[in-house]
Design a protein around this ligand. Structure first.
Ligand SMILES: Cc1cc2nc3c(=O)[nH]c(=O)nc-3n(C[C@H](O)[C@H](O)[C@H](O)COP(=O)(O)OP(=O)(O)OC[C@H]3O[C@@H](n4cnc5c(N)ncnc54)[C@H](O)[C@@H]3O)c2cc1C
Length: 399
């Protein structure tokens, strides 16, 4: 946060100049000037006897009437007219927060010809949908979406904004937070309401997952955060529910968009769409060599499943990183998770323990994965997986 001088209060004593480790303060016309060399360390604030140096954030927060900010918003991520699962998960969680705060829940829907999606948003629990449509929103664009979400916040002033910690959500969230001058907690794995302050308590792993940090945003609005997919369950939808659609005109001008989309290349097929998959077959170091991963792929193919991997398998170059499940990979929550040759390290469990059913195959009966597995097969993956493939093929009538 930048540091700023209040010239009227400066007595030209020079204390700040000698306190600055970066030589960033000079005297001009008998008043201090903070130059671009400032790193905002704040050493000068403490030494100034006249209170003539402040943090800009403090000035903004003092000027901000937080009571004007109301409502919980969920940014609805849609791709080619389909709402991503994470947005439904966040509507479910947003409903809970909004009810606790006694406020309304709104979905923010930006896209081209997407109005028909509003009924799904109401069915997942929203009271309102703010709808901005236009050809400029056909595909996600950093500039178009940043301008639009910033404009919506400045106009309608929500108290809380939840976004999915997807590639697009991680791109959009920080830009918007910076433009509206508020705080954002990235990649949260839990949300609550702080009892003492009534603020949203954003919890996320920090220092490689060694501590869980709970972060509050007391002085600025809206309170913003990105939340990992699959940490919350998708709510049951109720299509008898409806709500209010608020149409907002796009403020984006063609010259505002600095990038040109030349084409869309589909690099992620169903096999790597782990966050949306109902069944995942994952392999670890126990697959022993990269060629053996074809067994994982074959089993996934028979079951219509996505392919996951432990970090050990990814580090060995057996699978690209977008297949990695775990603390530093993807968080998944399928109906069935097959862990093949995976020991069950805590960092792996962090990404898959909310799966409904875990089936583990491991030759070591003491492997920690068996502690979280619903079904365990002690055996060699090279024997067990082919046997499973044969049996599933029979059940599915595949020759
Ligand atoms: C900061 C940090 C972040 C991390 N993030 C992640 C993450 O996101 N995801 C992740 O997965 N890991 C992560 N890790 C690494 C994690 O600690 C483990 O090292 C990793 O999960 C181990 O992968 P693995 O289970 O495949 O391999 P191993 O732990 O080596 O286990 C291999 C298993 O295969 C079994 N096995 C061997 N041969 C056979 C066979 N023929 N048949 C059957 N079973 C067999 C063995 O008994 C063993 O249990 C992270 C670590 C750190 C420090």
């Amino acid at each position: 946060m930048a540091v700023k001088e209040i010239k009227d209060q400066c007595t030209a004593c020079g204390a700040c100049i000698s306190s600055c480790p970066f030589g960033a303060i000079i005297m001009a016309d008998n008043k201090i000037v903070i130059t671009e060399a400032c790193t905002a360390c704040g050493a000068c604030i403490d030494v100034c006897p006249a209170g003539a140096i402040i943090r800009e954030a403090e000035e903004k927060s003092a000027a901000m009437d937080k009571s004007l900010y109301k409502g919980v918003w969920v940014y609805i991520e849609q791709v080619a007219g389909h709402i991503r699962n994470v947005s439904h998960e966040l509507l479910g969680e947003g409903r809970r927060l909004a009810d606790t705060m006694g406020q309304e829940l709104a979905g923010i829907l930006i896209g081209e010809n997407v109005e028909s999606l509003a009924k799904e948003i109401f069915a997942s629990g929203a009271d309102k949908v703010y709808l901005v449509e236009g050809p400029e929103f056909n595909h996600y664009s950093t500039d178009a979406y940043t301008i639009t979400l910033t404009h919506l916040i400045e106009t309608y002033r929500p108290s809380v904004i939840l976004m999915g910690a997807t590639n697009d959500g991680r791109d959009l969230g920080p830009r918007v937070a910076c433009r509206v001058g508020t705080g954002l907690t990235a990649d949260c794995t839990n949300l609550g309401i702080d009892e003492e302050t009534g603020l949203v308590a954003w919890t996320r792993p920090a220092f490689g997952g060694n501590i869980m940090a709970t972060i509050l945003c007391p002085d600025h609005r809206p309170q913003m955060g990105t939340v990992r997919p699959k940490v919350f369950k998708r709510p049951e939808q109720d299509f008898s529910k409806s709500g209010e659609i608020i149409r907002v005109q796009s403020k984006v001008r063609p010259e505002d968009i600095r990038t040109k989309l030349l084409g869309v290349i589909q690099s992620c097929t169903a096999a790597c769409n782990l966050e949306e998959a109902e069944i995942i077959v994952s392999g670890g170091r126990g697959m022993c060599k990269p060629e053996n991963f074809t067994l994982i792929e074959e089993l996934a193919n028979v079951l219509g499943a996505a392919v996951g991997a432990s970090r050990a398998a990814v580090d060995a170059g057996w699978k690209p990183a977008l297949h990695q499940v775990g603390q530093t990979g993807k968080t998944v929550g399928p109906k069935i998770y097959f862990a093949c040759g995976i020991s069950g390290a805590i960092q792996h469990l962090a990404g898959m323990s909310s799966s409904d059913i875990v089936i583990a195959i491991n030759k070591d009966a003491d492997a920690p994965i068996f502690k979280v597995a619903d079904y365990g097969i002690v055996g060699d993956v090279m024997e067990v997986i082919p046997a499973l493939i044969t049996e599933f093929k029979k059940i599915k009538g595949i020759a």
